[in-house]
Design a protein around this ligand. Structure first.
Ligand code: PGA
Length: 253
């Protein structure tokens, strides 16, 4: 169901020690404000334990994982199973990020297995879709992301898709400083809501060079429920400013 959500995806940044330092700073700022926005942090696996300890008392900030395997256990060296995330109190898991698709050969089929495994463990999947620049320039962005979303949710009933999170992250906008035009992002997200049963009720995030400066405009778009934030989530002040900007945008300011 649609809720306002901002997720910080730290990628391969921050030790457990740096994670604790971030959380302490960030919570101090957060205590001084009231916002209805749900917040989740996705630190590296090695910092999940430290983050969980620090966040235990703070219901406003949830914990997300950046990836997981779909199997319960087994001979998968280096992989992390869903139950291992649940043990740390993780609530969300990012699935199918373009960096995993590109650098780790993740296919639509694997993404689909991860989505189903997450749902089976009551983890909310944050399913990432997005087109490369060549597809966008050829005018095929919307068809591309609708197809990707269908594939990610193949076999998942619409009423369950409605409880998932979908992140539209144009690949050319990730980490480049070239964020997608807000109207273009909104139209792309509308195409997913219209094209995939259940997606009209899903929480939908925009991702790709979101900053405290541009967040407000995204939050004002009707199809945008929040953001998946990489670079701008690494500094507690920047991340807090971004959340404040989102709050302004959502409340029509
Ligand atoms: P960025 O990353 O905000 O640094 O562009 C977004 C993401 O990859 O989720």
């Amino acid at each position: 169901m649609r809720t306002h959500l901002i997720v910080g995806n730290w990628k391969m940044h921050k030790t457990a020690e740096a994670t604790v330092a971030f959380i302490d700073d960030f919570l101090q700022s957060l205590h001084a404000t009231s916002t209805e926005i749900d917040i989740a942090l996705a630190p590296p696996f090695t910092a999940l334990g430290a983050a969980a300890d620090r966040l235990r008392e703070h219901m406003r900030v949830g914990l997300a994982a950046q990836d997981m395997h779909w199997e319960e256990q087994g001979a998968f060296t280096g992989a992390i199973a869903p139950g291992m995330l649940v043990e740390f109190g993780v609530s969300h898991v990012i699935v199918g990020h373009s960096e995993r698709r590109r650098s780790f050969g993740e296919t639509d089929e694997m993404v689909n297995k991860k989505v189903k495994a997450a749902l089976a463990h009551d983890l909310t999947p944050i399913v990432c879709v997005g087109e490369p620049l060549s597809v966008r320039d050829g005018g095929g962005a919307q068809a591309h992301i609708v197809t990707q979303t269908h594939a990610a949710f193949a076999g998942v009933p619409a009423h369950r898709i409605a409880h998932c999170v979908i992140a539209y992250e144009p690949i050319w906008a990730i980490g480049t400083g070239k964020n997608c035009d807000v109207n273009e992002a909104n139209a792309a997200m509308a195409s997913i809501r219209e094209g995939v049963p259940g997606a009209s009720h899903a929480t939908m995030l925009y991702g790709g060079s979101v900053t405290p400066q541009n967040m407000r405009e995204y939050a004002r778009q009707p199809h945008v429920d929040g953001a998946l934030v990489g670079g701008a989530s690494l500094d507690p002040v920047s991340f807090f400013d971004l959340i404040r900007a989102a709050h302004e945008g959502f409340s029509g300011q």
